[in-house]
Design a protein around this ligand. Structure first.
Ligand SMILES: Cc1cc2nc3c(=O)[nH]c(=O)nc-3n(C[C@H](O)[C@H](O)[C@H](O)COP(=O)(O)OP(=O)(O)OC[C@H]3O[C@@H](n4cnc5c(N)ncnc54)[C@H](O)[C@@H]3O)c2cc1C
Length: 508
């Protein structure tokens, strides 16, 4: 069996990659070892730049429709402090309350709609490559088989076998904290006090909010109006857990006992989850025909950023692989995946490592650091900057150009556009995930200069209020590859545009 691209793993990253490849005209073979979608609770929400990208694909409403609750106030934990954007009309970071199971269901529906089969129950056990192809050995429900492909992408999570088989190192740190999160019903024997604390007969009392002890940190969110409470523990442990092995009520109770010294009776669990933090980045995102994306490529020691980073890896990689499959990828295009996403990962690592330093210490010096940091975040400018950093919206890819425009490398702004056919927007132009040449100034000279790339490029002419540039060349991942400054003369703009088109879309 031969495929253009094999995607290993059908988590959020692999599913996003499969959908983006299909949009770009490539039908990948998706191999997933789990026979059915996982029900182990993981992420409780989706946030950051990926929401904007989903809107640019015309998909955001589907994800919003799958949300389990009202959109929360824009307030996010950051180490031991929090980023509070509630005062902003245009917060720099958004999130959806979308549990990972729901997210994967919506993504899977999208993939099916695009005509891609996911081979469930097919575990990749071996990967080799040579000059001609990459070969996988697979254990499937009907026995072992081999498949070959032009490219293979390991979206197979933190313990990536693809990464190991490709010989790509995964250096970094595993932190000893184990975090346990639970939503449980309380039995009638336990009283929820008006202040949100608990009276536990025969055991003692539980204080409301957070309690730090020598055993770790305990947190509770409870109100007398409900018998369902949220519980949270953090302990330093040396045991390594498998994320796919569900947590149990007994494990939660043992943890509470170690931290608080009492046995808390609990009833029916609504949610039980556990996670540890690691700070690791793959040495390379690419080894020959093999690529890594998502948790296989990076693990960040903070919550709320991993899925955003993984899905954005997929969006960055898909159109480049498709260009190669379609035969027009310029030399070096596939390597830009490593360069761009390694740099984006390093940025996420920067702030997630800083969060470790902010949350771990319990001494007066650590308290002072948290207090000072929180104080700095009262000012709008640093708060906005932190928001953009955590959301991943401040990523600016390096664009090879002698005189890059200020917009080059940034995520394209969603300009409102007026055309002869009516109004549209940059977001709408990117629904099909094609490269876009957007002429905002009636620049016949530049549209003509791009004529030789006709088949690979969607060319649009429009007007916008306060145009930021005369012409924008926008990649399928919504990043601006090149821009012509307002009134830039044709004798410099036309050759520069042709050079940018050759760099990103290959020889004419
Ligand atoms: C309790 C918990 C809470 C979390 N909360 C958040 C959060 O709030 N926000 C956030 O952004 N992230 C959160 N995360 C992290 C998030 O779950 C991961 O970042 C995300 O699942 C990574 O997606 P992925 O597709 O890269 O990898 P995975 O989701 O791990 O998917 C990998 C897939 O590959 C398959 N696979 C593995 N090996 C093979 C093989 N050899 N052959 C075939 N298939 C294979 C696996 O079965 C799996 O389906 C949380 C994680 C946990 C455990």
């Amino acid at each position: 069996m031969h495929a253009d691209v094999i995607v290993v793993g059908a988590g959020p990253t692999g599913l996003t990659l499969a959908a983006e490849l299909a949009l770009a005209g490539v039908r990948p073979l998706v191999l997933e070892r789990q026979p059915r979608r996982r029900e182990v609770p993981k992420a409780g929400g989706l946030g950051g730049q990926i929401l904007e990208l989903l809107r640019y694909r015309g998909l955001l409403e589907r994800f919003e429709a799958a949300c389990t609750g009202p959109r929360p106030a824009p307030r996010f934990p950051f180490g031991g402090v929090h980023l509070d954007f509630t005062a902003f009309a245009d917060p720099p970071m958004h999130a959806l309350p979308l549990p990972q199971q729901q997210l994967e269901r919506v993504l899977e529906e999208r993939v099916a709609e695009l005509g891609i089969d996911i081979r469930r129950g097919h575990q990749v056990v071996g990967v080799t490559q040579d000059d001609a192809a990459v070969t996988v050995e697979v254990d499937g429900p009907d026995g072992a088989y081999r498949a070959t492909a032009r490219h293979l992408v390991g979206c197979d999570g933190a313990r990536s076998r693809v990464r190991d088989r490709a010989g790509i190192g995964f250096p970094g740190t595993t932190y000893p904290e184990v975090n346990r999160l639970a939503q449980v019903a309380l039995p009638d024997t336990v009283t929820v006090r008006d202040d949100g604390g608990l009276d536990v007969p025969g055991e003692g009392t539980v204080s409301p909010g957070f309690t730090r002890t020598d055993g770790g940190l305990f947190g509770i969110g409870a109100s007398p109006a409900s018998r369902v409470v949220s519980l949270y523990t953090i302990e330093d442990e040396t045991t390594e857990y498998d994320d796919d092995v569900p947590m149990t009520v007994a494990e939660l109770q043992d943890s509470v006992h170690r931290v608080l010294g009492l046995r808390l009776p609990v009833g029916e669990p609504l949610r039980l989850s556990r996670f540890t933090f690691q700070a690791r980045q793959a040495e390379r995102h690419r080894a020959g025909r093999i690529f890594l994306a998502g948790d296989a490529a990076h693990l960040f020691p903070a919550t709320g950023i991993a899925i955003n980073a993984g899905m954005l890896d997929a969006v960055n990689l898909a159109w480049k692989l498709a260009a190669d499959v379609h035969g027009w990828a310029p030399p070096g295009l596939l390597d830009t995946y490593h360069d761009e996403r390694q740099a984006a990962g390093a940025r996420a690592m920067l702030h997630s490592q800083a969060q470790v330093a902010l949350r771990r210490g319990h001494d007066p010096a650590a308290e002072a650091l948290r207090e000072l940091f929180q104080e700095l975040l009262l000012d709008e400018q640093p708060l906005r900057r932190m928001g953009a950093l955590v959301a991943g919206t401040d990523i600016r890819y390096s664009m090879p150009s002698a005189h890059p425009h200020a917009l080059a490398g940034t995520f394209a702004p969603d300009l409102a556009l007026h055309t002869d056919q009516g109004t549209t927007s940059v977001a709408e132009l990117l629904h099909p995930a094609c490269p876009v040449l957007l002429d905002l100034a009636g620049r016949d000279d530049l549209r003509e200069a791009a004529g030789d790339w006709g088949q690979r490029l969607d060319v649009h002419t429009a007007k916008t209020d306060q145009r930021p540039a005369d012409v924008l060349l926008i990649r399928p991942d919504a990043h601006i590859a090149w821009a012509a400054a307002v009134d830039e003369p044709a004798d410099t703009a036309a050759p520069a545009l042709r050079e940018a088109l050759t760099t990103w879309l290959g020889a004419p």
